[in-house]
Every structure is written in C-alpha cells, then in structure tokens.
Design a protein. Structure first.
Length: 155
C-alpha cells in the first residue's frame, strides 16, 4: 500500500503502522485495554489483540492512503485522511487518537465518509476477518435489507 503524509501531519507510530502494514506495528501503538470506536463498526471493540487484527486487515485493504491534516492537544491527535481501497472505494475521514499517561493509544475513533462507501468498506472488512473477528461487529447488507411486510411498507 502506498501511504503518504502531507502538510502539517507529523510522522508518528500510528501513521507509521500504516506504512509498515503490520499487526505488530499497530500493537506497539495501542494500550492493552484500547477501546476502538468507528463508523465502520456496529459496536466498539475493546482490547489490543482484536483492535490490531482489525487495523491490520483494514490497512491491507487500502491501495492508497494519504494523511492530509492534523490537530493536536496534550492527550489527543486528530488526523484527516483520504483513501482508496483495492476494490475501488474512495473514502475520506478523520481519526481521533486519545492517549493514556504512558503515551499509548487508549481510545481510537475512526470515522469514514461517505455513507455509501462506508457501508461497503465495513462489509468488505467483515468478510476479510471471518474466522478472526466476530462478523457481527461489521455491517451486513443481508441483515439490513427489508424483507416481507417491512419491504412493502417501505417501498
């Protein structure tokens, strides 16, 4: 995957993890009890092992990722980015990293847009992680489609 850092974005363990595209690089940046909240998830994921697995799979799905802007306080960093997946999805978004007193990421919050691409990305990510992470963490189109009487009422 090609990863770029532009403008005021500073290289840091999080951005380097995408460059390395390795679970171990994500693991090194995360607190053991990290909480991962994302628009691509149906509910938060807690714990370094699960989060690194999801992030490594997500990273591997990107063909190109550009970090475009950054804002920072003592305990938080906001990173804006643009991405293209191997399947052709064009996404952009913001990542919020909240650090603990040791400098580890204690909370990770990633928000993708637009919605149509986000839903496809979530479904694809869930498919790539079958057998590794519970599929119910990800959007499942067949579970969301109206059926029976509901389909007629919504038409």
């Amino acid at each position: 995957m090609a990863t770029e850092i532009r403008g005021p974005v500073q290289a840091q363990p999080w951005t380097e993890a995408f460059t390395k595209n390795a679970a171990s690089a994500f693991e090194a940046a995360l607190a053991p009890d990290v909480r991962f909240i994302a628009s691509a998830l149906t509910r938060p994921i807690v714990g370094r092992d699960l989060v690194k697995t999801v992030m490594a799979a997500a990273s591997a799905g990107y063909e190109h990722l550009v970090f475009t802007d950054q804002a920072k306080t003592d305990r938080r960093t906001w990173l804006e980015w643009e991405a293209r997946t191997h399947s052709g999805l064009e996404l952009s978004g913001v990542t919020v990293l909240t650090f603990n007193e040791k400098g580890e990421i204690a909370e990770l919050s990633i928000h993708h847009r637009p919605l149509s691409m986000l839903l496809k990305f979530s479904a694809e990510l869930g498919d790539r992680l079958i057998g590794k992470v519970d599929r119910s963490y990800f959007y499942q189109p067949e579970a969301s489609a109206p059926s029976g009487a509901d389909a007629g009422e919504r038409a």
